[in-house]
Design a protein around this ligand. Structure first.
Ligand code: ADP
Length: 269
């Protein structure tokens, strides 16, 4: 069998695909930073999979390597060991197969809502009419059609994050990769965005990998939670959240999952 790194590199930073593999595979990923003379082992032998269409959250204490792992998966930094594959293809740089949403909205302030959502489509081979149709669909999906001509500065934090989600989904990526996306909004907006994200996930069938330090948020959203531990950053356990959606925080099964994950990350019950 040919080595997975032997395939030709494509323009969007990926090499040849592993036959039949779908979803995301994090395969023996390690990362050592040079540090200030003392090497820092930020990730050590991290392996887990995300099935196509699955919603997986990544949680862990500060310093366990969440940001580093997110950046490796997104192709923003190289792993020292191992590799990440999306739909069987090793990630070697940022790719259009991933829609990335950060805590800071990263919207272009000089573009309107619809121009922000359509930004990634500009480089696609869709016609102008197809692009406009896709932008309409995405604005409808996140409930922002009537704000299409607004500029980001006139939007609330929750609305800005909806624009960022619509923009990430517009190019129809295989994976939606989210790093603490609701960390900057108030608690009420956060719960609303969580519900909306679950609706978007259910209606689009996308694979979602969502990083958060909020255990209750992970239990609200995820099919499975990858719990990480620090020094070196590694997978402590993968927890299945076998609770029907929509999930209620007052449900004893919800509380049991929160307690279990908190215990694993050493935050107490
Ligand atoms: P988290 O997002 O879970 O807080 P990080 O991925 O930011 O974790 O960091 C994991 C470890 O790697 C920490 O010990 C951190 O100090 C270290 N680290 C992160 N970035 C760098 C860097 N650029 N140089 C050296 N060490 C780093």
């Amino acid at each position: 069998m040919a080595g997975v790194n032997d395939g030709p590199m494509t323009a969007d930073g990926r090499t040849g695909a592993a036959a039949g593999e779908s979803g995301v595979v994090v395969d023996g990923v390690g990362k050592t930073y040079d540090g200030d003379g003392t090497p820092v082992r930020a990730l050590d032998d991290v392996s887990f999979g995300v099935e196509s269409g699955e919603f997986v959250c990544l949680v862990g204490p500060s310093g366990c390597g969440k940001t580093t792992l997110f950046r490796v998966i997104a192709g923003l930094t190289d792993a020292t060991d191992g590799e990440v594959r999306v739909a069987g293809t090793p990630v070697t740089g940022p790719t259009t197969d991933m829609g990335v949403v950060f805590q800071e909205y990263h919207l272009f302030p000089w573009l309107t809502v619809e121009e922000n959502v359509g930004f990634g489509l500009e480089r696609s081979d869709r016609s102008a009419a197809e692009r406009a149709e896709r932008v309409d669909e995405m604005l409808d999906l996140v409930g922002l059609s009537e704000f299409r001509e607004s500029y980001p500065k006139s939007l609330s934090g929750g609305m800005k994050q909806r624009v960022a989600i619509a923009r990430a989904l517009a190019v129809d990526p295989e994976l939606l990769l989210m790093d603490e996306p609701f960390g900057a909004v108030d608690a009420q907006t956060r719960e609303m965005l969580q519900r909306e994200l679950l609706d978007v996930w259910a209606s689009t069938g996308k694979t979602v990998l969502f990083v958060t330090h909020d255990v209750a948020e992970a239990v609200t959203l995820a099919d499975r939670i990858v719990v990480m531990a620090a020094e070196p950053g590694r997978v402590a356990e993968v927890v299945d959240v076998g609770v029907d959606r929509p999930r209620e925080r007052g449900d004893p099964a919800f509380g049991e999952h929160v307690a279990r994950v908190r215990e694993l990350i050493g935050a107490g019950p």
